[in-house]
Design a protein around this ligand. Structure first.
Ligand code: TMP
Length: 212
């Protein structure tokens, strides 16, 4: 099973993916926990370029192609082999992030991004996508606090530096995708306590596991 976690800045995806991997492991389900950008060695170099605030002026098309390059390596080196070996893949962001950030938020045409994805990565669609949703200002404040506390490197702050309006478009974009594909998406209210969010995620995944 291929599960992705999506959401805006400060939604708590990284914490929740660790909880979910631990819970699945207790049930004897072996997981590969990974993320985009940066799920491979080459991907980590691409991540550094993409998130570096020094690269604030990057053209939207350059940004899109770098995320696609990261994904190309990630699918080939990590996702496809793990799924082929019967493992569950838990991925912190995937293709929906591209549609939302480079499409809805940056303004590149979504149909163009979808076509590119189909051309390069035909059929790579998650079985389940957990959207950790919360108001953009709440998430952004959390993410900026993490940067101040040093929990996240300032060398990775290019998106946190974007205006609130950008992050509001990200939130709206994700909610729109969730409405368009209700069978794949589950929207989780991520403004609540970590433990409540964790419980919700478990119930959603439990229901999905029963269906397998
Ligand atoms: P994260 O590791 O904190 O989720 O940071 C990755 C950043 O990259 C985040 O701001 C969202 C952004 N992003 C895109 O703009 N497009 C993409 O396709 C992906 C995977 C991430």
């Amino acid at each position: 099973m291929f599960i992705t976690l999506e959401g805006g800045e400060g939604a708590g995806k990284t914490t929740q993916i660790v909880h979910l991997a631990g819970w699945l492991a207790e049930r004897g389900i072996t997981c590969t926990r990974t993320r985009e950008p940066g799920g491979t060695l080459l991907g980590r170099a691409i991540r550094a370029v993409l998130l570096d605030p020094e690269n604030a002026g990057m053209a939207p098309a350059t940004e899109l192609l770098l995320y696609m390059a990261d994904r190309s390596e990630h699918i080939r080196q990590v996702i496809t082999p793990a799924l082929a070996a019967g493992r569950t893949v838990l991925c912190d962001r995937f293709f929906d992030a591209t549609v939302v950030y480079q499409g809805f938020a940056r303004g590149l045409a979504s149909d163009w991004i979808l076509r590119l994805h189909e051309l390069v990565f035909a059929g790579m669609t998650p079985d389940l996508t957990l959207l950790l949703d919360l108001p953009a200002e709440v998430g952004l404040a959390r993410a900026r606090r993490q940067l101040e506390k040093g929990d996240r490197p300032t060398a990775e702050s290019r998106f946190e530096d974007e205006a609130l309006a950008f992050h509001q478009r990200v939130r709206e974009g994700y909610l729109q995708l969730a409405r368009q594909a209700p069978e794949r998406f589950r929207v989780i209210d991520a403004a609540r306590d970590e433990s409540r969010v964790k419980e919700d995620i478990r119930s959603v995944v439990e229901v999905r596991l029963r269906r397998l």
